[in-house]
Design a protein around this ligand. Structure first.
Ligand SMILES: *Cc1c(COP(=O)(O)O)cnc(C)c1O
Length: 428
């Protein structure tokens, strides 16, 4: 495949946009080479500026769960756009999507819409602090909750300790309020609660992790977090920006039958437009302005185009009783095929999968947290990525990302992908 035009466009972009991209992972830094510029996309495919067709396993990092340019979403957006694109005044569509989302997700009475997953997580933490009157939060190494200051904190050499910022610009003052634990490690969390009496406002967690590859919660992990939050009167925040409306209608709460206090959304809930949201019980949400004292606002929040897109997508997901089973079956089929192909060529690997999220790790150990995810052979991943790309299959340009399966994928597409793995594996 040729990427002359993408290379030229990247050069032009780099002259006026830092690193040539508006979000870092798009820049191919982890795999080398030049990012591919998209011309258009439809269903399971991306068509790039050089005229190649690629099977897409990123799907805008999750939102396009039923495929690109999904007709009901496109039609809803076009209809709305003709009537004005933003008012800064209430519209009925905001109530409609709120009511629909609440009906699909367990344990929530009210929902507030924002413009990104970052905003959702940032606001949820502020609300948790306002509600509990406490200041510190616990997060897990390798979990991503957007780029707001409190979340850009990394673990100190495996130890559970005060975090140090992993980005310049995040102050030590902010970092000291974010406490870190390894994912799937309940004892570490228990220890943090014990050594910070009456100071923990919230635990924020990806209840199925998706930002260090896909990592399922260990048996009892989420239940344990719930119990610790109850014991120490902290709030449990499920960051379901990735998993919400993807793993089940009601997300991980439904999938594993666990009740969170605050739930963050993004990605699927916006149908491919910039949307985030956070939801909770009446009691917690009543702390939010204008009803309560915790401030949160947005000029474009609840934007009519974005709400129409999200509503159209959620409506289809809500009505289709089989969609999540179908997605899980396709993902399991892919898992088996990839596994067989890699085994045949004696490539050491671990594949993690939950529902329609899957990740391939080039390591022999099980991948249960950031440390084990980081053991993967990155050189092998780079070769794998570029090999797949050359074969016409686009996976995330980083070993630390999940693949997102869309229902637009046919079994022919999956067979094509498995054949590509087979051929790439023979050269790894
Ligand atoms: C993508 C993601 C975010 C951030 O959402 P943005 O819309 O990119 O700001 C937060 N949390 C999780 C779990 C995510 O996957």
């Amino acid at each position: 495949m040729k990427y002359q035009r993408s290379s030229q466009l990247f050069k032009e972009a780099s002259a006026v946009i830092p690193g040539g991209v508006n979000s870092p992972v798009r820049a191919f830094k982890a795999v080398g080479g030049t990012p591919i510029f998209v011309k258009k996309a439809e269903g399971a495919y991306i068509y790039d500026e050089d005229g190649n067709r690629l099977i897409d396993f990123i799907n805008s990092w999750g939102p396009m769960i039923l495929g690109h340019a999904f007709k009901p979403v496109v039609n809803a957006v076009v209809d709305k756009a003709k009537k004005g694109t933003s008012f800064g005044m209430p519209t009925e569509i905001e109530t409609k999507i709120a009511a629909l989302a609440i009906s699909m997700v367990p344990n929530v009475d009210k929902i507030r819409f924002v413009n990104s997953g970052t905003e959702a997580c940032m606001s949820a933490v502020r609300l948790a602090r306002g509600y509990t009157g406490k200041e510190k939060i616990i997060k897990f190494a390798g979990c991503y909750h957007g780029h707001s200051d409190s979340f850009l904190i990394q673990a100190g050499s495996g130890a559970v300790t005060f975090g140090s910022p992993n980005s310049p610009g995040v102050t030590k003052g902010t970092a000291k309020d974010t406490l870190l634990a390894p994912y799937n490690n309940l004892n570490a969390v228990k220890h943090i609660f014990e050594s910070n009496p009456n100071q923990i406002a919230a635990i924020i967690v990806e209840p199925v992790a998706g930002n260090m590859g896909c990592i399922p919660p260990a048996e009892g992990f989420l239940q344990g977090l719930r119990a610790l939050c109850d014991k120490y009167k902290a709030t449990l925040i499920f960051d379901e920006v990735m998993t919400g409306f993807r793993l089940a209608k009601g997300g991980v709460q439904e999938l594993y039958g666990i009740k969170a206090d605050l739930i963050c959304f993004g990605k699927v809930i916006g149908g491919g437009l910039p949307v985030g949201a956070f939801a909770a019980s009446d009691e917690i949400m009543s702390f939010l302005a204008p009803e309560g004292p915790v401030y949160q606002a947005g000029t474009l929040s609840g934007n009519p185009l974005a709400m129409a897109a999200g509503y159209a997508l959620l409506e289809v997901l809500n009505k289709d009783a089989d969609v999540y089973d179908r997605l899980a079956e396709k993902t399991a089929y892919l898992h088996q095929g990839i596994s067989k192909a890699l085994k045949r060529h004696k490539i050491t690997h671990t594949i993690n999968r939950v529902g329609s999220m899957i990740s391939v790790h080039f390591t022999e150990n099980t991948v249960v947290d950031f440390e084990s995810a980081a053991h993967g052979n990155n050189d092998q991943f780079k070769k794998f990525f570029h090999g797949m790309l050359a074969a016409g299959v686009y996976i995330a340009p980083s070993a630390f990302e999940s693949w997102f399966i869309t229902d637009a994928l046919t079994y022919d597409d999956l067979d094509f992908t498995i054949a590509a793995v087979e051929s790439v594996a023979s050269k790894l």
